[in-house]
Design a protein around this ligand. Structure first.
Ligand code: XIL
Length: 319
């Protein structure tokens, strides 16, 4: 059983993975990546971020981003653009205090529309994460250069400019720790409501799903939270799935991880408007987790030797 085939057979648009330039010369890796039966969608792990696409003002560099878009095109995969506006991996020139509100608004507009329009009109473009991680854990808005200068108006500014740059891509806001009920998920629901009320283009909410083994809520809880979003008239997608564990991996942890993956996939499976699933790279060989969370890792469905783990079967069972 292969993941994209199963996902599509059960009505999803895709099963996909993050990937990026540094790993594309590993031929054992790309043999799996390029198998469209496994992966029907990709997200650039870093290459479309602001730091890499507009390192100085008005100087757009698309070589790396184009490589990933070209990979989507040649391997017949959908592409999720990631991302237009985020407070991390920003170049130094985008700093609070450097710009007045109208100037920063025009910087956001130029950045989003230049980035999004570059890939418009290609059948492979499924969606854009137009805004990434706008919330604090308590559901208030994150203080950053965008919010501190423009308050929440930066969100409709980004969405409107993405919409005029590409009339067909699904426009998403993407966030972590909104996979289950709580103040952050409620904050996102309130944002969706207010954007919809104001006629701002928003089609989807990305649930990142960076989770921890043994701490994954039940399928029913996850599905209820997805339903709270879809009831507002947006689709949802699982955009950055991984389930990390304390290293070293043990058979017990790997078995729990399999159950955790199954519970997550099952929530998407029973949610008609959960359109697809993306893992944040498919192999422990290239996962961001050990670099970001000290002592944790082994978060992906394939291990460091590119062998399938029990988690892989959990995904299959979840669909
Ligand atoms: C991560 C990448 O995986 C790392 O390589 C990079 O150093 C930092 O960013 N949420 C997101 C992603 O939306 O863009 C992040 O990706 C992981 C958390």
């Amino acid at each position: 059983a292969q993941l994209n085939l199963i996902a599509r057979a059960t009505g999803k648009l895709y099963f996909g993975t993050a990937t990026d330039i540094p790993v594309l010369n590993d031929t054992a890796y790309t043999a799996i990546l390029n198998d469209t039966k496994q992966f029907g969608q990709i997200t650039a792990e870093n290459s479309m971020k602001w730091l890499l696409t507009e390192p100085s003002r008005g100087n757009f560099t698309f070589q790396a981003a184009d490589t990933i878009a070209h990979l989507a095109e040649t391997q017949h995969k959908l592409l999720r653009g990631h991302n237009c506006v985020w407070h991390n991996q920003l170049p130094d020139w985008v700093t609070a205090g450097n710009f007045s509100a109208p100037v920063l608004a025009s910087i956001i507009t130029t950045h989003c529309s230049t980035l999004v329009s570059r890939y418009r009109g290609h059948v492979y473009v499924h969606s854009w994460d137009v805004v990434n991680e706008p919330f604090n854990e308590d559901g208030t808005f994150q203080s950053n250069v965008f919010f501190d200068t423009l308050n929440i108006s930066y969100i409709p500014i980004a969405l409107h400019s993405a919409r005029s740059a590409d009339p067909l891509a699904k426009l998403y806001i993407n966030e972590f720790n909104i996979e289950y009920a709580g103040p952050k998920s409620t904050g996102m629901q309130n944002l969706v409501k207010s954007l919809k009320r104001a006629g701002v283009p928003i089609q989807g909410i990305g649930l990142q799903f960076h989770m921890t083994v043994g701490e994954v809520p039940s399928t029913a809880q996850l599905a209820a939270n997805m339903a709270a979003f879809t009831a507002l008239g947006v689709e949802v997608a699982i955009t950055e799935l991984d389930v990390r564990m304390t290293l070293p991996a043990t058979p017990a942890l790997l078995a729990q991880q399999k159950a955790d993956y199954e519970a997550i996939i099952a929530a998407c499976h029973i949610t008609a408007r959960c359109v697809g699933v993306t893992v944040w790279d498919f192999t422990d060989k290239y996962s961001w987790v050990p670099g970001a969370f000290a002592g944790l890792g082994a978060a992906c469905p394939w291990d460091e030797n590119l062998e399938k783990k029990p988690a892989y079967e959990g995904i299959v069972k979840g669909f």
